[in-house]
Design a protein around this ligand. Sequence first.
Ligand code: UT7
Length: 341
Amino acid sequence: MTVEALRPKGSGSIHPGTGASHARIWGLGGFRPERVVPNSELVEAIDSSDEWIQERSGIKSRRWAGPDDTVVSMSEAAARDAIAAAGIEISQIEAIIVSTVTHPYQTPAAAPIIADRLGLRCAAFDISAACAGYCHGISLANDMVRGGSAKFVLVIGVEKLTDFTDLTDRGTAFIFADGAGAAVVGPSDFPGIGPTIWGSDGSQWETIRQTESWLDVRDQGLGHPTIGMAGQSVFRWAVWSMAPVARQAIEAAGITPDDLDAFIPHQANMRIIDAMLKQLKLPADIPVARDIAETANTSAASIPLATERMLREGEIPHGGLALQIGFGAGLVYAAQVIVLP
Ligand code: UT7
């Protein structure tokens, strides 16, 4: 069939959606659970020490959700914070994208429930891209605003990892934690979100995963599954493969490392952050997100939480350029340069 034959007859052509010329992040919000858990509370169950955890990961403490904190409730809090920071009305949100791997229902998604909590009936769906989920969500929101499918999009990265962590597992018990971060993406007069460099390597899917499938849990009468990680393999992949991705995101944005005002990588391990910094040859004095020390690894929430904190504490400038990169289970990754709200 020729392309000509596919063209609609007469006046029956479809009107293309028209969106904004550009998109940017209007505001950021976060929710950090109240309970602070220092390394000393964890070490006995994993035969570890505060010194070992700090030296190998940079983590000093983390936040754990309380019994009343859920993926939905933490998201709602972060969302309200982000919408207030954006200076818009809740009713202006036309789509919600939630990135999470710890919503405890296989279906439905968390996003429609969060929308309902906000009094909205807008498009609402979850994505599963683990620790890279927030950067995936920002990319989708950018395209949605520019494509005309929504004027304002709420992107949420949220995890209650403690519900899926084995506190006797030496490889994960001290790493994973809880929290939610959110961003409002909307129309802009200038490009506020650079091209996303993203991809996957599914051949390594087993390196971070739910320990057993739901079917094995059912058929073999297994207990509650948790998230397991082949730490060393993921560490090597992150250190060697992610710096080139970050470099491509800088180039795709048409800037040089010297133009950056912040480097905000996923908070997986302080040593991974340091190794990436070295490889990227960023300016020596560039502010770098090191939220992992007090927040540990909150997967999809780590980048928005770190960014929100750095902005609030005046460490990075409103209107500055930040390079953000997420990477994790899949294995998947996504990176882009953004203008800080
Ligand atoms: O968020 C998604 C992406 N995630 C990541 O990027 C995480 C990547 N991985 C990591 O951050 C690191 O692999 C960990 C922090 C998880 C582990 O650090 P590591 O330096 O890779 O430790 P290792 O597994 O190579 O273990 C080193 C040693 C071993 O002892 P030997 O064989 O050298 O005697 C382990 O038995 O440390 C021992 N060890 C521990 N010791 C005290 C392993 N876990 C512990 C522990 N406490 N919790």
